[in-house]
Design a protein around this ligand. Structure first.
Ligand SMILES: Nc1ncnc2c1ncn2[C@@H]1O[C@H](COP(=O)(O)OP(=O)(O)OP(=O)(O)O)[C@@H](O)[C@H]1O
Length: 272
């Protein structure tokens, strides 16, 4: 069920346009994300999903329009943002323990130095490590951990500072099914208990479909925003992709069938 919008949006885009030279990724994008809302960002490769995350992080300026995060310009809001980047393996030689990686998400947040601050930091980091079930490997060098173990620590790092908004760029990649479930449950619990808004870039909507309030679906400069039942339909995706697309619902899963009859593994068209 969608949360009722009674408070100011955590993320607000209005008339937003992003272009690289002649190439317009999106234009006229209006999106207000409420506290606790879960927005899935879908679309084929190169449609501008990661670029949207970069705008919200203040790493990229809009070509036109306005954006605010937690009531501030993106760069100023960084302490209110938790970010789980697209998975990249960490250097095997990186001399950083898992626990230290999580601690980086807390540093600069509050309390400063002093015994009280150090204790508070240690407590928060331990809580975040436990929340992702990483106690067993949090004291090992991160570079030697598996991709899934590193990813769980990144989730802990993103959550340790109690962010107002969580930006996730394909956070479930490289996780096995049990840990996909554990990580999505954790994100869900956080938005329910703390009102953290979630923007979740994914190629595969099914693992999070039960959490999704709205979908932002980007295709080749066009986009649609709405609940999954409105956006994930044959009609809407055919309009967006400008080619025949059929959306097939199997039990509680959504599959997208492309113009040539192929059923894509994930919920967007791999080729169109
Ligand atoms: N700094 C840049 N200058 C020019 N073009 C760029 C720049 N950054 C990204 N692009 C282009 O913008 C497009 C969108 O990239 P983006 O990474 O946002 O896509 P995406 O939807 O996240 O794709 P994927 O699903 O493959 O991760 C791509 O074609 C990319 O090559």
């Amino acid at each position: 069920m969608s949360p009722i919008v009674t408070t100011a949006p955590v993320v607000s885009l209005s008339g937003a346009r992003l272009a690289y030279g002649e190439r317009v990724l999106w234009d006229g994008l209006d999106l207000d994300v409420a506290p606790g809302e879960f927005v899935a960002v879908l679309g084929p490769n190169g449609s501008g999903k990661t670029s949207l995350m970069r705008v919200l992080l203040g790493l990229r300026a809009l070509s036109a329009g306005r954006v605010s995060v937690a009531g501030a310009a993106p760069g100023r809001a960084n302490r209110r943002i938790g970010y789980i980047p697209q998975q990249r393996a960490l250097e095997p030689t990186l001399a950083l323990r898992g626990r230290d990686l999580v601690g980086l998400g807390w540093d600069g947040h509050r309390w400063g130095l002093g015994l009280r601050g150090v204790r508070e930091r240690g407590r928060r980091v331990a809580e975040a490590v436990a929340a992702v079930g990483a106690e067993g490997f949090a004291d090992r060098p991160v570079g030697l951990l598996s991709g899934g173990e590193q990813q769980r620590l990144r989730v802990a790092q993103a959550l340790v500072g109690d962010p107002a908004v969580l930006l996730c760029d394909e956070p479930l990649l490289s996780l096995d099914l049990a840990h996909q479930r554990a990580v999505s449950d954790l994100i869900d619990a956080r938005r329910r208990s703390a009102g953290t808004a979630v923007l979740f870039v994914t190629h595969e909507i099914n693992p999070v479909l039960h959490l999704v309030d709205r979908v932002l679906y980007l295709v080749d400069g066009r986009f649609r925003i709405g609940p999954p039942a409105e956006v994930m339909t044959s009609r809407t995706l055919t309009e967006l992709y400008r080619t025949d697309v059929e959306v097939v619902r199997v039990r509680d899963q959504i599959h997208v069938v492309g113009a040539h009859g192929e059923v894509c593994e994930d919920s967007h068209l791999a080729e169109h």
